[in-house]
Ligand binder design. Sequence first.
Ligand SMILES: Cc1cc2nc3c(=O)[nH]c(=O)nc-3n(C[C@H](O)[C@H](O)[C@H](O)COP(=O)(O)OP(=O)(O)OC[C@H]3O[C@@H](n4cnc5c(N)ncnc54)[C@H](O)[C@@H]3O)c2cc1C
Length: 388
Amino acid sequence: MKKIIIIGGGIQGCTLAVHLLKKNKINNSDLLIIDKNDRPLSNWKACTNIISMPFLRSPSVHHMDVNPFSLEKYSKQSDYHKVNHFYGYYDRPSLEMFNDHCDTLIHDLNILKCWHQGNAAGIEKHKGYWMVKTAEGKTFNTEKVVLAIGLGEHPFWPEWAEQSCKDAASIYHIFQKGMPELDRITLPVSIIGGGISAAHLALSLSKKYPGQTSLIFRKDLKVHTFDSDPGWQGPMYMDKFNQINDYSIRRNTIIEARHKGSITKELYLGLKSAEKSGKIKLIKNEAVSYDTVAKKLHFKTGEPYEAKSIILATGFHSSPPGMEWLKNTVENENLRCAKCGYPIVAPETLEWEEGLFVMGPLAELEIGPVARNIAGARRATERILRAI
Ligand SMILES: Cc1cc2nc3c(=O)[nH]c(=O)nc-3n(C[C@H](O)[C@H](O)[C@H](O)COP(=O)(O)OP(=O)(O)OC[C@H]3O[C@@H](n4cnc5c(N)ncnc54)[C@H](O)[C@@H]3O)c2cc1C
């Protein structure tokens, strides 16, 4: 019998694991992390690597370790202090340094000892313990389960893209499994989306394929430093949020607070400068269909546009992750969900049912607009630890 099973070994699940182990709440042998991938942070690394993101959007104090200044300390103790690996006013860390810091924690805490590669397919409550079943036929008993499943595996395809050409070889979602090497795409290429992933990808491709890259977005590009106001990190906005009893209002508040599809100032300036030098075309228009034979993108207004490859950078689905396999547990244990489908959990500990916890997107109705981010992982960890 394990003491804790964490389902999902992304940023969220690994942050919890680091805190549990470092604070001596648990030994490696009592902890199990079940994840579909063979190693920690696979989705994070794949998503950030493919778009060539040089720096994180979040500040240096947002990382997986316990001490908020751990990353800063790490940079001083390693070779990272020789060249500046922090960007701008908020000391945003380079992806390279951030990932090395994560890997060092994972190595030093021997987190791979707690790792089980598998696809969690069901959770059953028994007298005094939980049983986790995997699609591969394994079962594991545990005192507590934490659901740390992210949205990373549910890329969002707009309806026109799905309808006109999901099977066509010339249209992809940048976060789909099996995305081909970007060196092999046919040109010219159009990237669809106006958010941070689209902008990073567009800038990187415009360097590789100058004059053959376009970025297509529906609304004016929005510039915001973070993907929600820093007031959501603490009591400034969260005190009021916590007083909202109606979960539909909480959901709307989260939607309004998130600067979805926004980019940082340096990305905006980078795009404008690439446009000026003819490396990229910035096109504000709404794609409505794609002719896979003629390789033309059709817009709401104006002429069809030649694009031999389309790469969607349209984010992830907004529906709660994992509900297809959690359905039976929700029904059998009468677990509460809001109208939006997301769990209603105990505010103090993020417990959905005794011994069953959530973090990441599934904890959004308690943690608020930052739940999906690294800051949210830290906040959720703090609350779950209260019950352990
Ligand atoms: C390009 C990009 C840049 C970002 N930059 C930042 C940033 O700078 N700062 C910030 O704070 N946030 C950032 N984010 C947001 C967020 O921090 C990341 O998306 C982060 O990777 C989310 O972590 P996660 O653990 O929730 O999800 P994931 O990384 O998706 O991990 C969840 C894990 O759960 C596993 N899983 C799911 N279902 C099951 C199952 N049934 N059985 C077993 N395993 C399962 C998955 O395989 C996966 O490994 C960024 C996101 C993206 C996409």
